[in-house]
Design a protein around this ligand. Structure first.
Ligand SMILES: [Zn+2]
Length: 339
C-alpha cells in the first residue's frame, strides 16, 4: 500500500504528491520522526503540499465558560512500534477496525483553550514550528478562531514532551505568549530540568532536556509551579495523572453544571488506547503507572458522564467515555452549529 497520510487524493495526483511528501521529509525513517516529535530536535520542514483544510477550531460551552479546541495538524508515524506490550499485528488490527490508515497512522495534535469571565487559558502550546511536515497549523487555526496568543493570560502545561511545550516559542525563538503566566507541574519541572535524569529516559526522549531549557528560557520570571489538585484558575483544577511522564497532569474544568476533563496524554488515540487501556505506548515513561492513571480518569469521566478533550484524539477531539468490557468506548460529542 502506498502511504499517503495527507489525504485521499485521486490516483492521478499520487505520484506528484508522493514526490512532494518525500521532498518534505514526510517519508523519513520512523526513528527520525520520533526524535523530531518527542525529542525536541529535528530540522524545520516544509509545509504540507496540497490545498489547505477548513480551519480547525471548534467551540463548546462548559457552564458559562467557552472551550475552544484548536488543531495543530498531525504526525504521521507507523502504527507498528507504537505499543510496547502488544504485537504490531494487534495494534494494526485495532487501527484498521477503526478505519485508520496504519502505514503511516496519523496522530493528531489538538490544543484546548478556555475562555472564562476572568481569563483566557491555554492547556499546552502545540508543536511549534517545523516539528514535522504535517504539524504546526495551530497559529493559522488560532487566527481563524479569533484567538490572539498575546491575549492569553495563563498557559497551563500538562507535561514537557516536545509536542506540548515547543509552541511556547515561534519564529527565531520569539516568545508566543508575551503576557501569560506559565503554570508547570512541579514534578515535571524538577525531572526535566535535571540533566542527571537523562539515563532514565529512552534515547528518543533525551532531546526533551535541552528542549525544556530552550522553550522556557524567556519565560523564567513568569513560571509558576503547581501540584496535584491545585486550583490553577477559578474553575480549573489540576488532576495528577502520572506515568506518561513522571509529572503528567490532566485538568478538571467546572462551571455551574458543566464539567470538562482535559485528559491531555493520559490516553493517546482513543481507537487504540480507550479500546485497549492496558496498552502501554512507547512514549510512556512508566507504562503501568500511565495505565493506572488512564483507567482512573476514564472511570471518572464515564461515571460522571463528563465531556473530555484529548490532545491526540481526532479533531474536534471532544466527546464522552463509556465503559465497555475491559476498556472504554469513545463517543464523539455532537457537532453543533450553535455554541
Ligand atoms: Zn503528546
Amino acid at each position: 500500500m502506498i502511504p499517503n497520510p495527507l489525504s485521499r487524493l485521486a490516483a492521478t495526483r499520487r505520484h506528484s504528491l508522493l514526490a512532494a511528501g518525500a521532498a518534505a521529509g514526510l517519508l523519513a525513517l520512523p526513528g527520525t520522526a520520533a526524535r523530531a516529535q518527542y525529542g525536541g530536535g529535528g530540522a524545520p520542514a516544509a509545509a504540507p503540499a496540497g490545498p489547505p483544510q477548513a480551519p480547525g477550531f471548534y467551540r463548546f460551552k462548559v457552564g458559562a465558560f467557552e472551550a475552544v479546541v484548536v488543531n495543530d495538524g498531525f504526525w504521521a508515524r507507523p502504527a507498528s512500534g507504537l505499543v510496547r506490550n502488544a504485537p504490531d499485528a494487534a495494534v494494526e488490527a485495532a487501527a484498521q477496525e477503526a478505519f485508520l490508515p496504519v502505514r503511516p497512522m496519523p496522530i493528531p495534535f489538538n490544543i484546548t483553550f478556555l475562555r472564562t469571565p476572568r481569563a483566557l487559558i491555554a492547556f499546552d502550546t502545540g508543536t511549534g514550528i517545523g516539528m514535522n511536515p504535517t504539524s504546526g497549523t495551530l497559529r493559522a487555526n488560532l487566527a481563524a478562531a479569533g484567538i490572539d496568543p498575546a491575549q492569553v493570560d495563563l498557559v497551563v502545561i500538562s507535561h514537557f514532551h516536545a509536542d506540548h511545550i515547543s509552541g511556547l516559542l515561534g519564529e527565531n525563538d520569539a516568545v508566543v505568549f508575551p503576557k501569560a503566566e506559565i503554570a508547570v507541574p512541579t514534578v515535571e519541572w524538577t525531572f526535566w530540568t535535571d540533566e542527571s535524569n537523562v539515563g532514565r529516559v529512552i534515547e528518543g526522549q533525551r532531546g526533551n532536556f535541552p528542549n525544556t531549557r530552550r522553550r522556557f528560557a524567556p519565560y523564567q520570571a513568569r513560571i509558576r509551579r503547581y501540584e496535584d489538585n491545585a486550583e490553577l484558575a477559578p474553575g480549573v483544577r489540576a488532576v495528577a495523572s502520572p506515568g506518561h511522564t513522571p509529572g503528567h497532569m490532566s485538568f478538571l474544568v467546572a462551571d455551574g453544571d458543566g464539567q470538562l476533563l482535559v485528559i491531555c496524554d493520559a490516553a493517546n488515540r482513543p481507537e487504540l488506547f480507550l479500546r485497549n487501556p492496558g496498552w502501554h505506548a512507547v512514549f510512556d515513561f512508566d507504562g503501568a503507572q500511565a495505565e493506572a492513571s488512564r483507567r482512573k480518569l476514564l472511570d471518572r469521566a464515564a461515571a460522571d458522564r463528563m465531556r473530555v478533550t484529548g490532545y491526540h484524539f481526532p479533531f474536534p477531539a471532544n466527546g464522552y467515555v463509556v465503559k465497555q468490557g475491559d476498556g472504554y468506548r469513545f463517543v464523539p460529542g455532537e457537532w453543533s452549529s450553535a455554541v
